[in-house]
Design a protein around this ligand. Structure first.
Ligand code: 9D3
Length: 232
């Protein structure tokens, strides 16, 4: 059983996020458990303060270290980074992280049984969290989000579907090794003529060798146009 614990100041953001499709099925099958925790639960003051002004000046607020350290200590029973079970990862979602790829998702799915996700905010997280608490700092790509919450959903989705048993039998292995080299080929279903837009004749031909060649050619063409970096 893989366990995800998401630490966030917006737990409601995740209310239905994992209630659909493959992730819902994996949860129902007991393959994965996903919990979103309110960071304010680990504050002690009247105002339940999770952030404070940056030393050195500047705009915005920085997430304080104490609630984050207490949260992770409480969830794991450990009290320093070195004392986590080696199958526990503490992931900080931040624009400064290494980029999430299929290889990173595969690494987490195979090496971890417990993943604690800390959602950063626009203004930042006290660096002592990244240095002394976090095992992996991960970004989902080169664009600016307003916080780590959408990234947490993406990471949980990408990792959960790689847990053995999470995908139906007809999906998985064969299909996915292909999709890592090239983009997918175009798909069509009925009707064969929709408002004058016709399904390519070869797909109606029943010639499976020709169909395979057509798909490969179209996958290559789409990859050249949209993702030339994948061909290098
Ligand atoms: C002003 C400099 N910005 C850093 C590049 C500040 C900043 C922008 C956005 C600080 C935090 C954020 C909030 N984003 C995330 O927490 C985040 C994120 C992202 O913005 N892009 C891609 N992946 C991620 S994972 C977490």
């Amino acid at each position: 059983m893989m366990r995800f614990d998401i630490i966030t100041i917006f737990p409601d953001f995740f209310r239905e996020a994992f209630d659909y499709g493959i992730i819902r099925r994996a949860r129902a099958a007991g393959l994965v458990e996903i919990t979103a925790h309110d960071l304010r639960r680990w504050t002690h003051d009247k105002h339940r303060q999770v952030d404070d002004r940056p030393f050195g000046g500047g705009d915005g607020m920085v997430l304080k270290p104490e609630p984050l350290f207490e949260a992770v200590e409480d969830l794991t029973g450990a009290n320093v980074r070195g004392s986590f079970d080696k199958r526990t990862r503490v992931v900080l979602l931040s624009p400064q992280g290494r980029v999430l790829t299929q290889a990173v998702a595969r690494e987490l799915a195979t090496e971890a049984e417990r993943i604690i996700l800390i959602c950063g905010r626009y203004e930042g997280v006290d660096e002592r969290v990244a240095e002394a608490l976090v095992t992996d700092e991960i970004s989902i790509g080169d664009y600016v989000l307003s916080g780590g919450e959408p990234a947490a959903i993406v990471l949980v989705d990408a990792v959960t579907r790689l847990i053995p048993g999470a995908l139906g039998s007809e999906t998985s292995a064969v299909n996915e090794s292909f999709s890592e080299g090239l983009l997918d080929y175009p798909h069509y279903t009925r009707p064969p003529d929709f408002r004058g837009m016709r399904v390519p004749e070869v797909l109606l031909s029943g010639n499976h060798q020709e169909i395979a060649r057509w798909r490969e050619e179209r996958a290559r063409r789409k990859t050249e146009r949209n993702r030339p970096d994948l061909l290098k």
